[in-house]
Design a binder for this molecule. Structure first.
Ligand code: PLP
Length: 398
């Protein structure tokens, strides 16, 4: 019989999870675009490049060869091996197929790794600003997010010291996302090593979200939690994704590298959930990981060129301060000095930007920090020039 109390219709686990606060701005942007307004869209979280041709061809071949059936739930052996081989080539490390599972994007990897480790009431450390999906995923798995504030003055640096101050007997897992979405901050390797040591010492899992691992600037070299010494390996969970690295957001291929005991448990979940990631996308992923890597360098160089233009221009706008991000493809300017009058939050600032000068972007509130904007520079250079002109016009008129 249908319940008369609408509250009881749906599961309590959703009580703590809200729709993204930026959805309103994005919906308003879509509406304006449909009306023919020239909206500059800086909200996108994906490369504006196409998937490389060799990868697309591999997918076409997979279809023609009828690789269209169920595959093993953790991914075809050749793809798990391709991940092992990529990490050997890039970092000189030896991991085994048993320590790798292929997931439906990095997002499923994160969800299942948390589901496999976090019990109701367990605490999960999440540095702010954070990627929007970390807190909802923790809530959905019954965990309690504990936010670890980083400061704009330090370039949003997360440190082992800061994390250790928030560890309690209930802490089960801590998340580090370097390069960071939304801030673009990169944890220095020496600090990252300390964080891995902390995880093993305090027996807390470290989830290292490396979805932007390849997009590093100023000559910084990629590094990975998969390279930690043997003794720390039971505690380090690496989340990877082909979405950004190979401009493959729609293909939905990500992976986890971690201790075999964890991978087995993630497999148990996945086998009852999605089963395998899409067979055709898996074959495309093998080509992406084992074929030519030139597209990655080309994208990185182009992102750096855009960053080098955009960030100094943002800093010329009175009241706006933006630290130089060293990775990912986001700038995260501080607009606290511009929150005045009836504009009290960055969400209101973003809504007004859209209304007055047709710039769509994500407000920092969505990432747990009021007073910031996230600008994705994974968009054409000409759009960034328009952005600078429009932002100047908007701020002058405030
Ligand atoms: N982690 C971070 C920090 C991200 O920004 C994203 C996507 O925006 C993901 C994970 C998940 O990406 P995907 O599921 O496309 O691999």
């Amino acid at each position: 019989m249908a319940s008369t109390n609408p509250k009881s219709l749906f599961a309590d686990r959703l009580n703590q999870v809200q729709e993204s606060p930026t959805i309103k701005v994005m919906a308003a942007a879509q509406k304006l675009k449909a009306e023919g307004v020239d909206v500059v869209d800086l909200g996108v979280g994906e490369p504006d490049f196409n998937t490389p041709d060799n990868v697309k061809e591999a997918a076409k071949r997979a279809i023609d060869k009828n690789f269209t059936r169920y595959t093993p739930a953790p991914g075809v052996p050749a793809l798990r091996d391709a991940i092992v081989t990529r990490f050997r080539a890039d970092f000189g490390i030896e991991r085994t197929r048993r320590e790798v599972i292929v997931n439906v994007g990095g997002k499923q990897a994160i969800f299942n790794a948390i589901m496999a480790t976090v019990n109701p009431g367990d605490e999960v450390l999440i540095p702010t600003p954070y990627w929007v999906s970390f807190p909802p995923i923790v809530h959905l798995c019954g965990g309690t997010p504990v936010y670890v504030e980083t400061s704009p003055e330090s370039g949003f640096q997360i440190t082992a010291k800061l994390l250790s101050r928030h560890i309690t007997p209930r802490t089960k897992l801590m998340i580090v996302n370097s390069p960071c979405n939304p801030s673009g901050a990169v944890v220095p390797l020496s600090e990252f090593n300390k964080i891995c040591e902390l995880a093993a010492e305090r027996k807390v899992f470290l989830m290292s979200d490396e979805c932007y691992q390849r997009f590093l600037y100023d000559g910084l070299q990629p590094f990975t939690g998969a390279a930690v010494p043997e003794a720390q390996r039971p505690w380090v969970i690496v989340i990877g994704s082909l979405s950004k690295t190979y401009a493959m957001t729609g293909w939905r291929i990500g992976y986890t590298i971690g201790p075999a005991e964890l991978i087995d448990r993630m497999l148990t979940i996945q086998s009852h959930q999605t089963s395998n990631p899409t067979s055709i996308a898996q074959f495309a992923a093998i080509e992406a990981l084992t074929g030519p890597q030139d597209s990655v360098g080309q994208m990185t160089r182009e992102f750096q060129r855009r960053r080098d233009y955009l960030v100094p221009e943002l800093n010329k706008i009175p009241g706006m301060h933006c630290f130089m991000p060293q990775g990912a493809f986001y700038a995260y300017p501080d607009i606290r000095a511009l929150l005045k009058g009836d504009i009290k939050t960055c969400e209101q600032f973003a809504a007004r930007l859209l209304e007055k000068v047709h710039i769509a972007l994500t407000a920092g509130c969505a990432f747990g920090t009021n007073g910031f904007l996230r600008i994705s520079y994974a968009t054409a250079f000409a759009e960034l020039e328009k952005t600078v002109e429009r932002l100047n016009r908007f701020v002058k008129a405030l």
